[in-house]
Design a protein around this ligand. Structure first.
Ligand code: ZN
Ligand code: ZN
Length: 332
């Protein structure tokens, strides 16, 4: 048996429960969880803004773990290997999107900590084909936020093209990683927080932002691209207002409140608004190879497994800088 924090439905806090250790099926690895990052998507799940979770569910999709056992057909992994499990848990390999290099858009994709039990537990199983080796040199808890905040943040950055002046709206786990990558790539970074969030703006500057201000402020230079991580639809017209002609506004979250109507002139001038959905395994391989080169450092607030509800609340309230991580097995 193992301890797990399980979700039973909207409005019910996660419950610490004893459940059987899962058995790895074909092509699955059994993982001993060391750390699991929290993500705003976890809040969207427990708040039922994402409506299709398995129930009961073990949330958590930024798992750092070691391989404990393997089912039939697993290749390239051995017991003791340290691996990361991301949001993308499996794909069909057959649909139009899978066959055209867009497995992030697979019609039958299944996601970790949503359709598949995740990492808020002592053990988990995962399809080995969707696990990544974790770069050496990252302690478990520092590596965990790379697996979603880092990976999907990196995909958002790619969609920003060669933008020299880059805006980041919402300075949480993803932005605090992305600012380091973007600066390393030679871009100028402008961080936007909730109006009046002086501490958040100080943190953004400490992490390398060239400028930080409130989300209603205009940056000193028009943006060539903006990435919105905060789930507030009103940020779309705000970011368009700050963006130069031909610029792109990328919405990086899986859920956003309704986008208010705005005048066409904000979009005029070939500005583009787009979303980024999920990740491909190629994103993961590329980003995890890049992170140690930068090197990306993560600022982590650690919580014990039984404190998962407190961790979710802290995330909801913006009570820490950087990323929250559940440390299941303290190895650091
Ligand atoms: Zn996530
Ligand atoms: Zn597919």
């Amino acid at each position: 048996m193992m301890r797990a924090m399980r979700f039973h439905g909207k409005g019910i806090p996660l419950r610490l429960e004893w459940v059987p250790v899962p058995t790895p099926g074909p092509r699955q690895v059994l993982l001993r969880v060391h750390a699991c990052g929290l993500c705003r998507t976890d809040l969207h799940i427990v708040d039922a803004e994402l409506t299709d979770p398995k129930l009961p569910l073990i949330p958590g999709h930024q798992i750092v773990a070691t391989v404990e056992a393997m089912g039939d057909g697993v290749e390239g992994f051995a017991p003791g290997d340290r691996v990361g499990v991301p949001w993308l848990g499996s794909t069909c390999n057959e649909c139009r999107n899978c066959r055209s290099g867009r497995e992030n858009l697979c019609e039958k994709a299944r996601f970790t900590g949503y359709h598949i039990d995740g990492g808020f537990a002592e053990y988990a199983v995962a399809d080995y084909r969707f696990c990544f080796p974790i770069p050496a040199g990252y302690p478990d808890r520092q590596a965990a936020p790379l697996l979603c905040a880092g990976l999907i943040g990196y995909r958002c950055l790619r969609m920003a093209g060669d933008a020299e002046h880059l805006g980041l709206y919402g300075f949480g786990a993803a932005a605090h990683i992305l600012v380091q990558v973007a600066r390393w790539q030679g871009r100028k970074v402008y961080a936007f927080t909730r109006p009046g969030d002086v501490k958040g703006q100080e943190f953004a500057r400490a992490m390398g932002a060239d400028w930080a201000g409130g989300s209603a402020d205009l940056p000193p230079e028009p943006l060539d691209a903006a990435v919105i991580f905060a789930p507030d639809g009103a940020l779309v017209p705000a970011a368009l207002r700050a963006t130069a002609k031909g610029g792109t506004v990328v919405c990086g979250g899986i859920h956003m409140s309704e986008i208010p109507a705005f005048p066409y002139e904000l979009l005029w001038g070939e500005r583009v608004v787009r979303s980024v959905a999920n990740l491909t395994r190629a994103d993961g391989e590329e980003f995890l190879a890049l992170a140690p080169q930068v090197p990306v450092r993560t600022e982590v607030a650690a919580f014990a497994l039984e404190e998962a509800n407190e961790a979710l609340n802290a995330l909801r309230n913006g009570a820490f800088n950087g990323a929250a991580v559940i440390v299941v097995r303290d190895t650091d």
